[in-house]
Design a protein around this ligand. Structure first.
Ligand SMILES: Nc1ncnc2c1ncn2[C@@H]1O[C@H](COP(=O)(O)OP(=O)(O)O)[C@@H](O)[C@H]1O
Ligand SMILES: [Mg+2]
Length: 243
């Protein structure tokens, strides 16, 4: 028995909702969605945490323009506050160096991060997940009991195929799926809507490909003024009304 597992339950006990932003493929917009959603929640006055669990490609700090800061230790680790969000990431320890962890150590790092972080009392913890149906997804489900999943996909058949597999896995694990968001929609691309409706999975909406988004990466004020953020705010309305 790993004593850290019991500690994790206590670390998470004062959190209202844990929302994992997941999806099949890399590059579909999971990290931008997780980051902007956390910013929107914080702007609405919710006490919000943001956890980057993508150890191979941590991106949240880049999107938020956050510098790695060694967190303060006080009966655990206190997540540094970034733009009003309590933000935890491996980059606080690894900096911009390549992550020194690999393979099985990833699972260990997930457990460690969840066991040490003192979130305190939060309304929402948003978790940025790595792509795919890997160990981290299974760990997240196992370690963060009651976590809900929001899946991001593009309309591409390839991305949708992975999302379908992820969905059936989550259903099998009895995980609550808030719904699926289609990102980077372009004219003429196929839509995820019909497929999700056929599967009985809530479709949360579409966000178009936004040419202004790239320019706002690292600049939170700009980011919040993008078309992307405007659209995500509507999606968030659906998330808030779904319990
Ligand atoms: N709707 C969109 N329009 C334009 N660019 C986008 C959109 N969504 C995401 N991107 C860009 O795509 C890239 C990958 O996004 P990211 O959130 O890191 O994907 P993931 O976390 O799924 O790998 C980023 O450079 C991001 O700015
Ligand atoms: Mg990502």
């Amino acid at each position: 028995m790993d004593p850290r597992l019991a500690i994790i339950d206590r670390r998470l006990e004062d959190i209202g909702r844990v929302i994992a932003i997941s999806g099949g493929k890399g590059g579909v917009g999971k990290s931008v969605t997780a980051s902007v959603m956390a910013l929107l929640l914080s702007k609405l006055g919710y006490r919000t945490g943001l956890l980057d669990l993508d150890f191979y490609g941590p991106s949240v700090h880049t999107i938020l323009g956050a510098k790695p800061t060694l967190p303060e230790e006080d009966r655990g680790v206190v997540p540094p506050e970034v733009h009003g969000i309590r933000f935890m990431s491996i980059i606080h320890y690894a900096g911009e160096n390549p992550s020194p962890i690999r393979g099985v150590d990833i699972s260990n790092a997930t457990i460690e991060l969840l066991a040490v972080t003192r979130w305190g009392s939060l309304d929402f913890l948003v978790v940025d997940m790595p792509p795919g149906i890997g160990d981290t997804t299974l760990d997240a489900v196992r370690l963060m009991k009651g976590a809900e999943f929001l899946l991001v996909t593009t309309g591409s058949k390839v991305s949708l195929a992975v999302v379908r597999r992820l969905l059936s896995m989550l259903v099998e694990l009895k995980v609550r799926v808030i719904g699926v968001l289609e990102n980077m929609r372009m004219d003429g691309s196929s839509s995820a809507r019909d497929e999700m409706e056929a599967l009985g999975v809530p479709f949360l909406g579409e966000i178009e490909f936004d040419r202004g988004l790239e320019d706002s990466i690292g600049d939170v004020e700009k980011l919040m003024r993008t078309h992307f953020a405007g659209k995500l705010e509507r999606v968030l309305g659906k998330v808030l009304s779904s319990t």
